[in-house]
Design a protein around this ligand. Sequence first.
Ligand code: ATR
Length: 279
Amino acid sequence: MAEPVKAFVTGFPIRHSRSPLIHGFWLKAHGLEGSYEAIETVPEAFPAFIASLRENGYAGGNVTIPHKEAAFALCEAHDAAAEGIGAVNTLWFEQGRLHGGNTDAYGFAANLDEYAEGWDSADTALVLGAGGASRAIVHALKSRGFTDIHIVNRTPARAEELAAHFGSGVSTHGLDEAQGLVAAAGLIVNTTPLGMEGHGKDGLTLDLTRANPATIVTDIVYVPLETPFLRTARDAGLKSVDGLGMLLHQAAPGFERWFGLRPEVTSELRARILADMAK
Ligand code: ATR
């Protein structure tokens, strides 16, 4: 009998990762014998960890903060999203070579497809933050046809670097300019940790009452599920989409690569993760 397929998630720290719960849920739901474990790897040990994957019998795995760029550099081949973003969150072997993909942009778009159909009919987006998550989201926005993407960031140089990476259609602004960009935005995305549990009680302070009523507001933070920012959007009568679906959807392509079956993001899975978050 073939050995059960083994996969992992690695990061530093890793104990808060919900990926083992997601993949464990799918393995059980499909009666598969594989495993998916969380492995903490300090940055200094990451190259050796990657080099030992094959001898340790892994089919592949996920890579999270702070290893996504290092993983990109260590892969022998990349999918188009990883190339576009310059970071890898999913690893697998293909014809003996280590491949790296990036499913964050897919997860972001799939979440909005599910909860805010037609979100990509807008041209103009306002993106708060210019870190790794922002990079994946700008890639998704460009892929879905957004032609006017405004990045607002506390550190201007970081936003400028991101804009230079993506080229035309992406402009940068300081935090003080965010409010003035609200009215024209069809989509507003928070990619910063502001509003996340443990980051202080206050979230982003944008007045959304003058947004276009059709504007969609989304957050990549999902603890709490409704961030103060999303609450402000709801109070202003805007459609708001929480970040949990992005986490769930980004996991599905990796599961399919390792375990050979495309899992579904169901309300049961969502409820399972929410119950875990409530603990
Ligand atoms: P991730 O990989 O999750 O995107 P990151 O790369 O650390 O994480 O990026 C976090 C983003 O949130 C950055 O845009 C950061 O702004 P800076 O580039 O100025 O650091 C932004 N951010 C974090 N804390 C912030 C705060 N208190 N106020 C404003 N922006 C903040």
